[in-house]
Design a protein around this ligand. Structure first.
Ligand code: DGJ
Length: 725
């Protein structure tokens, strides 16, 4: 293991290195930190020439000795506001006098083996950590920059902590988790953009001068732009070329900005969204930012993704579940929506008996007066008009049929038509005398109010204590509007978005640590909150409400950019599809749902006998590859965003086993025969390719497999590969 953080006193350079990469920066003459390198591993050389002062006429100088030396021309590690660097800054703090200039300079540093976790927020575990302390003499403010490096991963986790040592409070208007100046600019940027039912589509465009931002102001990381961006060389592809990935471990309103300047530097920085954000930090108080995960790959996008996947499985997702076989669920949502009784549920469970499905999940509609989406949210007690025997009879039926039981909650919401709202109308986010926007007829609970969170701990906790429940689906179906709390004082109102998500984390922490045997799945109107922070609590997340197999090819391909296959929940659903009316072969729906954490949304009672019989064989097939889904290395082979095929290969770490999935997006008459080169296999091992014979690895990699040219629309081929000698 080569893992080291060192400080060279002569050069004043910090080096964070492992076998794969080095991250280096130095303390400049002015006491400011200047970035030097993030990329392939280097030895401890003097590379200060990278931040040599550049002479630029008419630039404000901070250095009396040299009237041309401006912070605007130097690569910064954590750029400050108003001292001559006119680019995007990482920090903006206002003191009580109205001053916004904070002159943070190096004070000291320490290296710790045991990484300090962030208070009240998810972050990666483990890794060696460098903490550099900066000090603003004029305002008595301390800033700690945290850098964590992991064994073998080409990744650095960063975050920032501010401590107010002054006798008065200050307002934090912006405090980035990270900032990075890269001394080149000819990048492409890759974002995961989308919307409901079309989450995380890959969009790649050239980076240009000026500022570009991916962000959310919704109080959630959103369907629309994932808190992720990659910067890559113009000729980088899946397997070749340099790429930097940036992913925030945060689920609230966030921002990541890139800026290309006149000298050809690219600055990138991000964290909590500064829009409508102001955190009052009292004397003696500390503020911690979320963590950002920076990954470097010199072998293309697939390798960047594999780095994220390994890091998140090893250091982020709950270690009790990260590599544990996932429940194979039957969820009743699309087969019944709100219209069900105890008998309907018991009939569904009975039908699933013996298929291999191991968990039945009762979705929305089991509580309060929830007969449609207009009522009942917040009333977390059983609707006995629908379920006459309470949950007990349904759970009993599950057990009789050899299954476990799971249940749906939407903890953060309240319906106006609910007992909870009638008792506590002041418990939702609202501005007095302003009619609140409704979204899905519901309002958002004010999580900054501790009473609200206590109520939910008790209400949800009671259901989980009183019933044998092994799985919870935590949904969240609207964003925050009229951002105002009746609980907070005026001076804390602009803290609400961040306080909200901190309290969501606190509730998730309480429930997941109290009910350790319950498997929690995240959800937000599909995949509207699919981010690393959610993965800390929820080892898998409902990827999208769109479970049409063809749409899923795009959604799952895009999501895999930073999230492992096992974290994506995907179900086989009915045709015509409820979201887009498309008809796809059952085999394609089953195979696409096999390249994630699988389950069913089908009404088993309305399947034909032939269709029903396929369920058990699909479960068996899934079980045969589930270890690959949990632990394998993903190779994205063909992108549906770029051509007519989706192809992915997942290879076991020992390279003895693999699974390959191909989907043709659109049939073409007299089409070319696709010859597809595989990757990640052992060049010298022979593999039995299911139904196709035995091939040596170097042939599969360098020549490829030849497939039929007459596949129909959305037809799939899924192959298992096993090394035979
Ligand atoms: C949105 C989710 O994405 C669906 O799967 C389902 O749980 C509904 N909410 C229930 O209201």
């Amino acid at each position: 293991m080569i893992l080291s953080i060192t400080y060279n006193k002569d050069y004043k350079i910090f080096y964070l290195s492992n076998e794969e990469c080095t991250y280096a920066f130095h303390i400049g003459d002015g006491g400011y930190l200047h970035h030097l390198h993030f990329g392939g591993r280097i030895s401890e050389e003097d590379i200060r020439y990278l931040s040599r002062e550049l002479k630029t006429e008419f630039a404000p100088a901070y250095n009396a000795r040299e009237q041309y030396v401006s912070l605007d021309t130097l690569p910064q590690e954590y750029p400050i506001y108003g001292m001559g660097d006119f680019r995007e800054t990482a920090v903006l703090i206002r003191t009580q006098s109205g001053n916004r200039i904070t002159n943070f300079k190096y004070k000291c540093h320490k290296i710790v083996d045991k990484k300090p976790q962030i208070g009240g927020m998810p972050s990666l575990r483990g890794g060696e950590t460098l903490i550099v302390t900066l000090w603003d003499q004029e305002n008595n403010l301390q800033m700690d920059l945290y850098y964590t490096i992991y064994d073998k991963q080409s990744a650095i986790a960063r975050r920032t902590v501010l401590i107010n040592m002054y006798k008065e409070s200050v307002d934090i208007l912006k405090l980035n988790s990270f900032s990075l100046d890269i001394n080149r600019f000819s990048f492409d940027k890759i974002c995961l953009q989308g919307g409901w039912a079309k989450e995380r589509s890959i969009e790649r465009t050239p980076l240009s001068h000026g500022i570009f931002e991916v962000s959310s102001t919704r109080g959630s990381s959103s369907h629309h732009l994932n808190p992720f961006i990659a910067l890559c060389d113009r000729n980088t592809n899946e397997d070749y070329g340099e790429v930097y990935g940036f992913n925030l471990v945060y689920s609230g309103s966030y921002s990541i900005k890139t800026q290309v300047d006149q000298l050809g530097f690219t600055r990138i920085g991000g964290g909590i969204n500064e829009k409508d954000f102001c955190w009052k930090l009292k004397s003696g108080e500390t503020f911690e930012t979320p963590e950002a995960v920076l990954v470097y790959s010199e072998h293309g996008l697939s390798e960047m993704s594999r780095q994220y996947h390994r890091l998140y499985r090893d250091c982020l997702i709950n270690s009790n579940y990260a590599y544990k076989k996932r429940p194979i669920v039957l969820n009743n949502w699309e087969s019944t929506y709100f219209d069900f009784t105890e008998k309907t549920m018991c009939d569904l469970i009975e039908k699933a008996k013996g298929t291999g499905i191991d968990t039945f999940v009762l979705d929305d509609g089991w509580f309060g007066s929830r007969n449609s989406d207009t009522a009942g949210l917040g009333d977390w007690f059983v609707n006995t008009a629908k379920l006459q025997g309470g949950l007990k009879n349904v759970i009993k039926k599950c057990h009789e049929c050899g299954m476990k039981f799971g249940i749906w909650f939407e903890p953060e919401m309240v319906s106006e038509d609910s007992d909870l709202y009638r008792a506590h109308p002041d418990w939702c986010i609202q501005v007095p005398n302003v009619t609140p926007c409704k979204s899905r007829h519901q309002l958002v609970l004010d999580f900054s109010n501790p009473e609200v969170v206590e109520y939910l701990k008790k209400a949800i906790g009671d259901i989980l204590t009183e019933n044998d429940i092994s799985y919870v689906k935590w949904d969240m179906n609207r964003n925050i509007t009229e951002c105002y709390s009746l609980y907070l004082n005026a001076e804390h109102q602009q803290e609400l978005m961040h306080r909200y998500i901190l309290a969501v984390y606190a509730l998730a922490e309480y429930l997941t640590s109290t009910f350790i045997n319950v498997f929690f799945e995240g959800c937000s109107g599909g995949g509207g909150r699919f981010d690393p922070a959610m993965l800390y609590y929820f080892p898998q997340i409902w990827t999208s409400d769109n479970s049409d197999a063809a749409s899923r090819a795009y959604i799952q391909y895009g999501t895999s950019m930073c999230y492992p296959l096992s974290t994506m929940s995907g179900h086989v659903s009915v045709c015509p599809n409820h979201q887009n009316n498309r008809v796809t072969p059952l085999k394609s729906r089953m195979y696409m749902a096999s390249f994630c954490s699988t389950g069913y949304e089908l009404n088993l009672n309305s399947l034909t006998e032939a269709e029903f019989e396929k369920i058990a064989s699909h479960v068996r097939f899934y079980q045969s590859i589930s270890d690959l889904i949990l632990d394998g290395d993903l190779y994205r082979i063909l992108s549906p965003f770029e051509g007519n095929y989706f192809a992915e290969l997942i290879v076991s770490r020992d390279k003895k086993k693999a699974a390959f999935l191909l989907m043709k997006m659109s049939a073409r008459t007299n089409d070319c025969y696709p010859i597809i080169k595989l990757q990640g296999l052992d060049e010298n091992s022979h593999y039995e390719v299911e139904g196709m014979g035995v091939y040596i690895g170097n042939v599969l990699i360098n020549v490829g497999l030849k497939f039929q040219n007459d596949l129909n629309d959305f037809e799939t081929i899924c192959l298992r590969l096993n090394s035979v000698k």
